[in-house]
Design a protein. Structure first.
Length: 153
């Protein structure tokens, strides 16, 4: 259920300079798509009775480079919706978590998310598309419960 590690997807620009997709692809990975979390626990429900398992969904991004990444106006436009605000930076080795529900996320996880996306990660799978500030596609991938081949290649 619900965890998929995906490697070698790129986004953004490095150090304020537009980079080719090949060089940026080495810098930023989507390391987790947590799209079908475990059901809510009794303790979690006692803190927030209206919870559902989808409230614990998240995406995790990792900067594997020694360079700061500039994410200004980079956006997820398909699957979920999120636009990185101007002056968004990702430090070398840094992680960014985007979650479905900022209020409920701390009930299960100790990490503080960067932001909250709109929409949901469909449990059976779907496409995720990430674009730069000009609308150019940086990432177009699909995830799901069935092995399609190529995961982790």
């Amino acid at each position: 259920m619900g965890n998929l590690i995906i490697r070698r997807y790129y986004l953004a620009s490095c150090n304020g300079q537009r980079e080719t997709p090949h060089s940026v692809a080495e810098d930023l990975f989507i390391t987790e798509i947590h799209y079908h979390p475990l059901d809510q626990t009794e303790d979690e429900l006692s803190d927030a009775p209206d919870l559902n398992d989808g409230d614990f969904e998240f995406l995790e991004l990792l900067n594997v480079s020694s360079k700061q990444l500039i994410l200004d106006a980079v956006a997820f436009t398909t699957g979920v919706e999120f636009v990185f605000p101007i002056d968004s930076r990702m430090q070398p080795g840094g992680r960014i978590v985007l979650c479905r529900n900022l209020e409920t996320f701390p009930l299960r996880y100790s990490e503080s998310p960067f932001g909250e996306y709109g929409g949901v990660l469909i449990n059976s799978g779907e496409a995720l598309v990430l674009v730069d500030a000009e609308g150019n596609v940086l990432l177009d991938l699909s995830y799901g419960d069935s092995y399609v081949g190529g995961w982790g290649d």
